[in-house]
Design a protein around this ligand. Structure first.
Ligand code: KG4
Ligand code: ZN
Length: 344
């Protein structure tokens, strides 16, 4: 009988301490401890604080992930861990924990690119795993707090970045405008909640680079536009703030959808996928599905718990590295945390 491939995955790239267990490509547990409340006091993630907060929780989180998966440490065959990109000191906690466990258990430690893992959140779906749905070539829009990328994926390990942001990421645009509206951190969920009650046509915010010929993005001008609008309209009442939130959200999503549509025309993918924290945004999810339908394409969007940072996606990325024969489980590569690791 073939031995089960039990992978323990660890993610600590920012302010979430997460562990998961993946058995033969199926998620058995996915545990997350978020520090968001702690950082909201400062209006954003404080790297030094984030790293220190990972330390006391990482082992209990790993224990819980194993327990929920009903596996013992001795049954784990490999450990997957986020190598980067992310905050250096936060990444180090995960990487050093993984290496120490790997050495003690004498099992391999697999470094995973966090951005590639956001793509693999889509591979949690059984129709993808069973290959009932042929996904390649796929076009993926990755929208997180630090990155906005359009990626063409011809197969496992065959990734090409075809568009990216020239300044702020989409998540950053949400976070920074939310901060201007006094919504705290992380701003994306709070801003989109407020937007539900507002009129998205109330203000016509800029849609930067929406008509440019390339597939790049630029979001830094948006926060300046919001800042000027706030000064002009001050004092801001609740109704105004809902309209501002809805209009900003509409501008961000319009640009993301327009660029994805442009990329579809250019690259003719079979499927389009969404990934990263902003993929949790209700309007973006709706418009992305509509775009796929209008383009006669299948779309994949991760379940909400796999959009924002989690370890299940790290384990899935590692599983597909092994199952697509890009890595033999017996291979051991020495590696260190890479805060600026690129997607390639
Ligand atoms: O992928 P992620 O959890 O962390 C990074 O890798 O950066 O993404 C976090 C980002 C934050 O900017 C957060 O505000 C945004 O995702 N976000 C959202 C929503 N939920 C999270 N943005 C818009 N709408 C949401 N519902
Ligand atoms: Zn992320």
């Amino acid at each position: 009988m073939k031995r089960q491939l039990n992978i323990l995955a660890i993610e600590t790239s920012c302010d979430e301490t997460a562990a998961a267990v993946i058995v033969d490509g199926v998620i058995k547990s996915n545990i997350i401890a978020s520090q968001a409340r702690l950082h909201s006091r400062y209006g954003g993630v404080v790297p030094e604080v984030a790293a220190r907060e990972h330390l006391p929780v990482i082992i209990p989180i790993i224990d819980r992930a194993l327990k929920q998966a009903r596996l013992k440490l001795s049954q784990i065959r490999a450990i997957a861990v986020t190598q980067g990109p992310g905050l250096m000191t936060s990444l180090m906690v995960g990487v050093d924990t993984a290496k120490a466990m790997g050495a003690a258990l004498n099992i391999p430690v697999i470094p995973v690119n966090h951005l590639e893992a956001h793509i693999y959140a889509n591979f949690a779906k059984s129709k993808v795993k069973s290959q009932k749905l042929k996904v390649f070539p796929a076009l993926i829009l990755i929208v997180s707090g630090g990155h906005t990328l359009l990626v063409l994926m011809k197969g496992h390990g065959q990734l090409k970045v075809v568009g990216e942001t020239l300044d702020d990421a989409a998540g950053e645009a949400f976070d920074k405008t939310a901060k201007l509206l006094g919504l705290g951190y992380p701003g994306g969920p709070a801003l989109s909640e407020l937007a539900r009650r507002g009129n998205s046509h109330a203000f016509n915010f800029p849609r930067p680079m929406i008509n440019s010929k390339n597939l790049n993005f630029s979001f830094s001008g948006l926060k300046t536009a919001v800042l000027y609008k706030l000064k002009e309209l001050s004092p801001i009442n609740y109704k105004l703030s809902t309209n501002l939130a809805a209009s900003v959200q509409q501008a961000i999503v319009d640009v993301l959808i327009a660029k994805t549509e442009q990329a579809i025309k250019q690259y003719r993918p079979k499927t389009i996928m969404l990934g990263g924290g902003v993929a949790a945004n209700e309007l973006l999810r709706k418009r992305f599905k509509q775009l796929a339908k209008n383009s006669n394409l299948k779309s994949l969007i991760p379940n909400l718990q796999y959009c924002t940072d989690n370890a299940a996606m790290i384990g899935l990325a590692a599983y597909y590295k092994i199952s697509s024969h890009r890595l033999r489980i017996t291979d051991y590569r020495s590696f260190t945390a890479e805060p600026n690791l690129e997607l390639k």
